[in-house]
Design a protein around this ligand. Structure first.
Ligand code: HPA
Length: 248
């Protein structure tokens, strides 16, 4: 059994070279995950895949059952998670279709089930979350990107917003002042729940659009989708190299 899972976001519902062996619906104390867990192989290496927004991309960011998703993967023996997430680019270096792996998060979400330690606990637990992403997985992701000859920014601050609406221009200026370099809607509580379950977790961010106010005109779903086609092609290359490598 593999120990690695990929959580695919908008634009990544499958991997081309993934030969699916079976799908499994997993029950958790928190309900059902977004979709059945897909088991397969990429170049003979086993891999597990979960579509964050469900099959057919029908679950909006604020309604994703993050607790069930992470719990299901942990239950299957997964130890490492590569979370692919589409984001809006706030800084110049993060133009549409570029990739980055952030080092930090600022959480602006609210009203989501964000912890396993909220009820039925025997003692109050505070996880360390100083460095929200696994540094060793970040390194491996960056190495795979290098091997794939795909450029990936090796840093960034992910601002997690509530959605499903996009931000106002002024909200993006506030995020920028806070130090955010990219904005997305699914990064939290996913990363924190992974840490609570002691899963190694990394974010592979794909820029879908300039964040609100950073370009002329409105942000359309059509533009987002076409930028993602390009960006996700690069992600697939990186993931295939990463999965193929024995270092993970
Ligand atoms: N804002 C929030 N989430 C996003 C964006 C954005 O501009 N683009 C893709 N996910």
């Amino acid at each position: 059994m593999t120990k690695i899972a990929i959580i695919g976001g908008t634009g990544l519902n499958s991997l081309k070279t993934l030969a699916i062996t079976h799908r499994q619906m997993v029950r958790t104390p928190y309900g059902a995950p977004s979709s059945p867990i897909v088991f397969g192989e990429v170049y003979d290496k086993p891999i597990v895949f979960l579509a964050r927004h469900g099959s057919g991309h029908r679950i909006p960011p604020h309604q994703i059952n993050y607790r069930a998703n992470l719990w299901a993967l942990k239950d299957l023996g997964i130890e490492k998670i590569i979370a692919v997430a589409s984001v809006g680019g706030i800084i110049q270096a993060l133009a549409p279709s570029t990739l980055a792996t952030p080092e930090q998060i600022i959480d602006y979400t609210h009203g989501r089930h964000h912890t396993y330690f909220g009820e039925n606990i025997s003692s109050v637990t505070h996880i360390d979350f100083t460095h929200p992403y696994s540094e060793s997985l970040r390194e491996r992701l960056l190495q795979a990107a290098k091997k794939a000859a795909v450029s990936m920014l090796d840093r960034g601050v992910y601002g997690a917003t509530q959605g499903p609406r996009l931000e106002t221009a002024q909200e993006i200026l506030r995020l920028e002042r806070d130090g955010c370099t990219m904005v997305g809607m699914t990064g939290m509580p996913e990363a924190a729940l992974a840490r609570e379950l002691e899963l190694e977790y990394v974010c592979c961010a794909v820029v879908a659009n300039w964040a609100a106010g950073k370009s002329e005109g409105i942000i359309s779903m059509e533009k987002i989708e076409s930028n993602l086609v390009n960006g996700m092609e690069k992600v697939r290359k990186i993931l295939e190299i990463l999965i193929k490598s024995d270092s993970i």
